[in-house]
Write a protein that binds this ligand. Structure first.
Ligand code: SF4
Length: 387
């Protein structure tokens, strides 16, 4: 099936606050929580101003930042305002990201009663020493409590985020982290490889030698071990970093409906500072500055920083890159239909080369990466479509 903006879209709300910045993070957030109320007012205004979209939505994702620094009545307001401003289907997936150390059982119960039906917890690790290296504010005890509380609060759709590749981590400690995670039977697990994003404090520490990144062979071994371990335990990989277990009917409903929109060219509309939106073929994003965001909305302007219309070539690049991220890969027929070209004749020689190098599986109806190819996604994409 060809995925495009005839399918329902996703709404994203970016909460730009964190208690403290983690040294590896390059998401936009600030630690001045005194701006919370002014931000909330601006956000309500932004939704009102954007309310004439002729789209239907079946997911709403409240991410950040740390959304759980907001009170339950803030979340209530966000859901109420988005329900009034947009056409949201009654069975929409409504997710909130929370971080341990910023939530209580009561708060989670309130989020659930407000209508949030999916929760994603930024556990990252169950080892205190790894949490310290990551500069997280929470302890492992708080991670365990947050997960238990989420279940107690009635969340039947639970996702846990973990990080591997942390300096000092071993294969044994990583396998133990995953073992602890699956002990809670989460519906979804995301395992992110630690990356050293330019200009982050952790990247500076790497450059000065204060931090020694994990060696590549171990990193590759952990990536491989992640897929194997989770598959054995009934978590199917559906994207490079994302795994879900089937629901009780054996269906894939535990895969993140919202995140799949980013990889499948479906429309998504973002609110809040730095939030990105895409309604084919236009992509636009908001200013990454809370003061400016509030100022723009106070003046009755949408806080859009930039807007671009993707050319056919840019769309092809995105299609290939996003398709390859998913284990289902690029569906050749969809590509051919979408761009009115033949995938095989366009990439024929490169495909043979990639296959010989063990980076993609033999191409039949789909083009999919091998495990080795997943580790080298950027290189595979460049080989296919150039730099
Ligand atoms: S809590 Fe999340 S968003 Fe906030 S600084 Fe840490 S990694 Fe970044």
């Amino acid at each position: 099936m060809l995925l495009n903006h005839t399918e329902p879209g996703g709404l994203y709300v970016h909460i730009p606050f964190c208690i403290r910045k983690c040294p590896y993070c390059d998401f936009f957030s600030i630690t001045d929580l005194s701006l919370k109320q002014a931000f909330m007012d601006a956000l309500m205004h932004e939704m009102e101003l954007s309310g004439d979209l002729s789209l239907t939505f079946d997911s709403l994702y409240i991410g950040g930042g740390t959304p759980s620094v907001l009170d339950a009545d803030h979340i209530d307001k966000i859901l109420e305002k988005s329900g009034k401003s947009f056409k949201i289907l009654s069975d929409a997936e409504i997710t909130i990201e929370v971080n341990p150390g910023t939530v209580s059982l009561q708060q989670l119960k309130n989020y659930r009663s407000a209508g949030v039906n999916r929760i994603n917890i930024g556990v990252q690790s169950f080892h205190g020493e790894h949490l310290d290296v990551l500069g997280r504010i929470h302890s492992k005890k708080e991670a365990y409590s947050a997960i238990r509380w989420a279940r107690e609060a009635g969340f039947e759709n639970l996702g846990l985020d973990l990080i591997y590749g942390i300096p000092g981590q071993t294969k044994k400690s990583w396998l133990w982290d995953m073992q602890e995670a699956i002990g809670f039977m989460p519906e979804h697990i995301s395992c992110y490889m630690l990356t050293y994003e330019a200009d982050t404090p952790m990247d500076k520490d790497r450059q000065t030698g204060r931090i020694k990144p994990m060696a590549d062979p171990l990193l590759e071994d952990l990536f491989d071990a992640t897929i194997t371990f989770l598959n054995i335990n009934d978590y199917e990989q559906y994207e490079i970093s994302n795994y879900a277990r089937s629901d009780t009917k054996g269906l894939n409903t535990n895969r993140s409906r919202h995140n799949r929109k980013y990889w499948s060219f479906a429309p998504y509309v973002g609110f809040g500072p730095s939030a990105h939106s895409f309604v084919e073929p236009v992509r636009y994003w908001n200013v990454s500055n809370v003061d400016k965001y509030i100022e723009d909305l106070n003046a009755g302007r949408l806080p859009i920083a930039e807007k671009e219309t993707l050319s056919r070539e840019q769309q092809m690049i995105e299609w290939v890159y996003l398709g390859l991220r998913q284990t289902g890969g690029i569906q050749i027929e969809d590509f051919n239909h979408k761009f009115d070209v033949s995938f095989s004749s366009m990439f024929g020689e490169v495909l043979t080369d990639l296959e010989e190098r063990g980076l993609i599986a033999p191409v039949k109806t789909r083009c999919t990466l091998t495990r080795k190819g997943m580790l080298l996604l950027d290189s595979v994409t460049s080989m296919l479509i150039g730099d």
